[in-house]
Design a protein around this ligand. Structure first.
Ligand SMILES: [Fe+2]
Ligand SMILES: [Fe+2]
Length: 243
C-alpha cells in the first residue's frame, strides 16, 4: 500500500531555523502586545453578547393539528413535543448530510491508489442506509404532524459543527485515512445521537417509532465498527506496524 504520510519540506516548526528561533523568542519578550486585553476581557465581551443574543432558532408549530394522528397527539399531551421535534429534525439533517459524506468518501476511495482496504461496495451500502434512515425520520416527523422541511435549531447547530468534516472529505489533498477519521467522528456522534433519540422516543410513548429507530441504530453500530477498524488498519499499515 502506498504511504499516505510522507516526509517532506514542512517549514512550520521552529526547529527549521534554530538561530532565527532564538532571535524571535528574545524579541517576543520585549515587544509589547499589539492590543490590550487578555482572555478575561474576551470572556467578558462574549458574556455580554450571550446575554443580549436571541435564541438560534425556533420550532414551527405543527402545520395542522388535525394532521397529527390523534393517537400521537394523545401521547404528546402534557409533554414538550418541541424538544422531540427539534431532535427529530436534527437526526433528519444529519442522516442527509451522512449520505453526502459517504458520497465524498466513495469518490475519494475510487480515485485514490491507497484506498484498497476499504471495500467501496460496503461504503455504498452504508450510504444507502443513511438515506433510508433519513426517509425513516422524515416519516416519523410527518406522523406527528410536524414539517420535515423546517430546519430546527439543533439541526442548524449540528450542521455548523459538521462543516469541518465536509471540508476534510472534499479536500482533494486529504488521504483516505484522513477521510476515514472524519467519517469516524460523524459516526461516533451519529451513534450517540440515535441512542438519545431512541430514549426520548420511548419516553414520549412512541413505542413503534422507537422500534424502527432501534433497527437504524443496529445499522449505525455496523457503520461505526467498520469505519473504526478500517481507519485503525490504515494507520497501522502506514506506520509499518502490525495490529
Ligand atoms: Fe446515520
Ligand atoms: Fe452511519
Amino acid at each position: 500500500m502506498e504511504k499516505t504520510t510522507v516526509l517532506g519540506k514542512n517549514r512550520t516548526g521552529i526547529d527549521m531555523s534554530p538561530i532565527d528561533a532564538k532571535e524571535m523568542m528574545a524579541l517576543a519578550k520585549i515587544t509589547p502586545s499589539s492590543s490590550t486585553g487578555d482572555e478575561q476581557a474576551i470572556a467578558e465581551m462574549r458574556s455580554q453578547y450571550i446575554r443580549e443574543a436571541e435564541v438560534i432558532g425556533s420550532i414551527p408549530p405543527p402545520g395542522t393539528l388535525k394532521g397529527m394522528a390523534s393517537t400521537a397527539m394523545e401521547k404528546l399531551t402534557g409533554k414538550n413535543p418541541e424538544v422531540f421535534i427539534d431532535k427529530l429534525g436534527c437526526r433528519l439533517a444529519f442522516e442527509r448530510a451522512g449520505v453526502r459524506l459517504y458520497d465524498a468518501l466513495i469518490t475519494k476511495c475510487a480515485a485514490s491508489s491507497n484506498g484498497s482496504i476499504v471495500p467501496i461496495e460496503r461504503l455504498r451500502e452504508f450510504r444507502n442506509e443513511e438515506l433510508e434512515h433519513f426517509k425513516l425520520v422524515e416519516r416519523a416527523i410527518r406522523s406527528i404532524g410536524a414539517d420535515p422541511t423546517a430546519q430546527t435549531p439543533s439541526a442548524d447547530v449540528d450542521g455548523m459543527a459538521s462543516i469541518g468534516l465536509v471540508q476534510v472529505l472534499t479536500d482533494p489533498r486529504t488521504s483516505v485515512a484522513h477521510c476515514l477519521e472524519a467519517i469516524l467522528i460523524a459516526e461516533l456522534a451519529d451513534n450517540d445521537a440515535w441512542q438519545l433519540l431512541i430514549m426520548l422516543t420511548e419516553k414520549m410513548g412512541m413505542d413503534d417509532m422507537a422500534r424502527d429507530f432501534q433497527n437504524a441504530l443496529r445499522e449505525e453500530d455496523e457503520h461505526l465498527a467498520h469505519i473504526r477498524q478500517w481507519f485503525k488498519q490504515m494507520v497501522m499499515e502506514d506506520a509499518a506496524v502490525v495490529t
